[in-house]
Ligand binder design. Sequence first.
Ligand code: NAD
Length: 508
Amino acid sequence: MTSTLPMIQALPTVLHLIDGQRVSGGTRTADVFNPATGQAEKRVLLADKLTVEQAIASAQAAFPAWRATPPLKRARVMSKLKNLLEDNADAICALVTAEHGKVLSDSMGELQRGIENVEYASYAPELLKGEHSKNVGPAIDSWSEFQALGVCAGITPFNFPVMVPLWMWPMAVACGNTFILKPSERDPSSALLVAELALQAGLPPGVLNVVHGDKEAVDTLLTDPRVKAISFVGSTPIAEYIYATGCAHGKRVQALGGAKNHAVVMPDADIANAVSALMGAAYGSCGERCMAIPLVVAVGDATADAVVEGLKVEIAKMKVGPGTESSCDMGPLVTKAHFEKVKAYVDQGVKEGATLVVDGRGVKVDGHEGGYFMGACLFDHVQRGMVIYQDEIFGPVLGVVRVKTLQDAMDLIDAHEYGNGTCIFTRDGEAARYFTDNIQVGMVGVNVPLPVPVAYHSFGGWKRSLFGDLHAYGPDAVRFYTKRKTITQRWPSAGVREGAVFSFPSSR
Ligand code: NAD
């Protein structure tokens, strides 16, 4: 929902951070809701082209000095930021829960994963060491070094408002780039607070700018020639658009998209433990995770029956309510529109003939009647042709698909358009090895339901879950945010006269 500036007075306004200052810019705003109450609590500015261009100019101006700053000094800022993030964790997580809705312990988990990315970025001097070869020819030495690109930009989704920005800019700036972050307009405040802490940690003004906004802001970043690289995380249709538009404008782009992750449960699995793992993976953060498990592929009817029975029992114990109450397992969905969308998918699943074993559509939370709460939903007998099988629902909706063999399960997964994450529950090492070796998915778990790589590996899916070549964070991020330069150097002995050589230089 957008409105014009005169309305701003009624609610606090979330401003941009440009050149080290909180500033306004743009005449449009969007309401920021507390999903647990359904009340608009803030307004966020939506940057216009001019405002984004000011941020780009600030980042461009800050680049030469920041690039020339020794990597160790840049890394020290990351180390200080890590401490500040730990000291301010409660304030940051309160903002995440107030705007996203997830329970506080989940906000803490996301922040911790973000901090680990800051920690990894503080190893930049080690990670940026080049490659050196002496005597590649007579008196010739050669080395490769990894140079900063310039101004980079990141566009991030609502579902990890603090972690996903930290996948991007800490490594980008540790590598000597300057950065513009465009967080989700649905929950913009935590990324802004983190950016201010980065200034406090010693990041010079202009090295990191935050602009809030929507398509107008994003399109300016995608088309401005001063922006050299774009990192995007969000839904697949937008990821495709970002990738195509950014590449058409000569930028390096990595665009991570949506997902529909399958968990295979084998007949020999420890069913009780698999059920516990599936509960968190399906319903944690209300299913609003790109690594969530919205589909179980049960091998054999007996396995499916046992899994469905186990899930029913566990779902009955779940508590849905505001994320600020520590006894709650699951908070609300992020917006009313998203709530309606998820509900419509459940309606559609019923119409398509899947068996709705647990129906969370009618859940009410006392004292929070305006909140976007939905209880856990569980479908059995989901078929591959159904919309609820194919589409990313991004809500607390888990479907069970029944197959006869592991190969059937793998064929199903491989045929799906997304390939972000998957996992297998089994006690059979041979089956697990066959699965991890052959499945067409980027991140795979064995008895691990959410195989999210740690900060010193890299994160990314296959197929239509990622557009680009390099994955997010970890070692791939060092490559993404730098360009390789290879220098070949010779110092001939003084006074030695050399004749011209017309053949291609080689070591022959
Ligand atoms: P989204 O695609 O709606 O928005 C992501 C970002 O793009 C936001 O900053 C938004 O302002 C911007 N945007 C939206 N529409 C745009 C347009 N038309 N033109 C330009 N920019 C636009 O995604 P979301 O709803 O915020 O997040 C949920 C999605 O993100 C899910 O599909 C989820 O799977 C995905 N996701 C993927 C990963 C991953 O690593 N693969 C991680 C987290 C979330």
